[in-house]
Design a binder for this molecule. Structure first.
Ligand code: PLP
Length: 377
C-alpha cells in the first residue's frame, strides 16, 4: 500500500519545540504562563483592528463562551449556518438555546443574507426574536460579512463569527475573526495552524476578552480563598499548547501561501475538465484555502462525487464530502430551517481534496494521476 495522503495534517514550522522546551525549563506546565500571553499577543498583532484575544482549550469552547458572553439563555433561539461542522451548532444546545438553521448562498457557500433576513422576520412574527447569529467561513472562504452584519445591525442582533477554518482569510484586508461582536478561532490538529488542540475568542472589547479568561478559569472572584458568584468553565489553553502556537504563528503566512498554491494546482488541472468547478473568490475576498473543494456535476463529468471519493480511497488518498448540513442531521431533527436547497446540493456534489501545506510535489502528482484515472474513463 502506498503511503497515506491526508486531507489536512499538522505541519510544524521548526521553532515550536523551543517554546515548549522553555515552558519545561521554567516549569510553566499550566493553563497560564508566558507562552499563553505571547500567543495571544501574536494573534492580536496578526488580526489587527485593535482586537483582544483569549486563548482557550478549543474552538468549541470559544463558541460556548461566546454565547454565554452574549447573554444567550435557555429557551432562546440562535440563528446558525446550516452548512457547517457540528461544532458550530452544538454549543447552542450547551446553553439550553435552540438553533434555527439558515441555508447557504452559491458564491461563498456560507450563510445567505436574503435567507437570514427572511428567517429573522419570520421568527419575530412567530413571537421570538433570535438572540444571536452564527455565520461561518467554510473552508477558509469568507462569508458575505458586510451584508450579514448590516442585517444583524438592522434587527439589533449580535453576531458570533465562527472563523475556525479561516485564520489568514480576509475581506478587503480586514481579517476573518474580527467582523463579529465576538469571533472564534480553532487550532485543532487539522486546521491551517495547530496547537494540537486549542482555540481562541476574539473581541474588540478588552472587557469581553477578560471576561472570557475569567469564565475559562472557573470564574474565581478576587479573594484569597476560592469564591464564586458565577458558573465557570475549565476552558483555558495550556502553556505547552500555546508554545506550539507561538511557533506556528511564525509560519502562518507561509502556510496560507502553501495552501493557496495547492488550490492553484487543482485549478490548473480542473480548468479544462467539464462538469467540475472550484470555488472562486468574489472580488476583494481572500481565502486561506484551508481546504480545496470541488463540485462535480455527474451528468456532465461522467463521474459522481462518491465514485471519485472511493477511487481516491483505493489509492490511499483521503478526500471527504462537504459538511452534511445541520438541518439534515438526525440530532437536529425538528429544528426550524430557512432554505432554498443550496446546502443540500453542495452536500450531494461537493468533495474536499487533500489540501495540506505539507503536500509534496510527488503527493500532488499522485493525487492528480488518481483523479485523472477516474475522470478520463
Ligand atoms: C474545527 C471547527 C470548529 C471547532 O473547533 P475545535 O477547536 O475543534 O473545537 C468549529 N467550527 C468549525 C466550522 C470548525 O471547522
Amino acid at each position: 500500500m502506498k503511503e497515506k495522503i491526508w486531507l489536512s495534517s499538522p505541519h510544524m514550522g521548526g521553532t515550536e519545540q523551543q517554546y515548549v522546551k522553555e515552558a519545561f525549563d521554567t516549569n510553566w506546565i499550566a493553563p497560564l504562563g508566558p507562552n499563553v500571553n505571547g500567543f495571544e499577543q501574536d494573534l492580536e498583532l496578526f488580526l489587527g483592528d485593535d482586537v483582544h484575544v483569549a486563548a482557550l482549550s478549543s474552538g468549541t469552547a470559544g463558541l460556548h463562551l461566546g454565547l454565554v458572553l452574549l447573554g444567550v439563555k435557555a429557551g432562546d433561539e440562535v440563528i446558525c449556518q446550516s452548512m457547517t461542522f457540528s461544532a458550530t451548532a452544538n454549543p447552542i444546545t450547551y446553553v439550553g438555546a435552540v438553533p434555527v438553521f439558515v441555508d447557504s448562498e452559491a458564491d461563498t457557500w456560507n450563510m445567505s443574507p436574503q435567507l437570514l433576513e427572511a428567517a429573522i422576520k419570520d421568527r419575530i412574527e412567530k413571537g421570538k426574536k433570535p438572540k444571536a447569529i452564527i455565520p461561518v467561513h467554510l473552508y477558509g472562504m469568507p462569508a458575505k460579512m458586510d451584508e450579514l452584519i448590516a442585517i444583524a445591525q438592522l434587527y439589533d442582533i449580535p453576531v458570533l463569527e465562527d472563523a475556525a477554518e479561516a485564520l489568514g482569510s480576509s475581506i478587503r484586508g480586514k481579517k476573518c475573526g474580527t467582523f463579529g461582536d465576538i469571533g472564534v478561532l480553532s487550532f485543532n490538529g487539522n486546521k491551517i495552524i495547530t496547537t494540537s488542540g486549542g482555540g481562541a475568542l476574539v473581541s474588540k472589547s478588552a472587557t469581553v476578552a477578560n471576561d472570557a479568561r475569567f469564565l475559562a478559569t472557573q470564574a474565581r472572584d478576587a479573594a484569597p480563598h476560592y469564591q464564586h458568584s458565577q458558573i465557570g468553565y475549565n476552558y483555558r489553553m495550556s502553556n505547552l499548547c500555546a508554545g506550539v502556537g507561538r511557533g506556528q504563528m511564525e509560519v502562518l503566512a507561509k502556510r496560507v501561501e502553501q495552501r493557496r498554491s495547492v488550490y492553484v494546482q487543482y485549478e490548473q488541472y480542473f480548468g479544462d475538465k467539464k462538469g467540475i468547478t472550484l470555488l472562486q473568490e468574489p472580488a476583494g475576498y481572500f481565502s486561506n484555502r484551508w481546504l480545496s473543494t470541488i463540485l462535480i456535476d455527474h451528468t456532465v463529468a461522467g463521474v459522481s462525487r462518491e465514485e471519485l471519493r472511493v477511487a481516491l480511497e483505493q489509492e490511499n488518498i483521503e478526500s471527504r464530502p462537504l459538511w452534511k448540513p445541520m438541518h439534515m442531521q438526525p440530532v437536529f431533527d425538528g429544528c426550524a430551517f430557512y432554505g432554498d436547497g443550496t446546502a443540500e446540493r453542495l452536500f450531494a456534489d461537493g468533495l474536499c481534496l487533500p489540501s495540506g501545506s505539507n503536500l509534496t510535489e510527488a503527493d500532488m502528482a499522485r493525487i492528480l494521476a488518481a483523479i485523472e484515472k477516474v475522470i478520463s474513463k
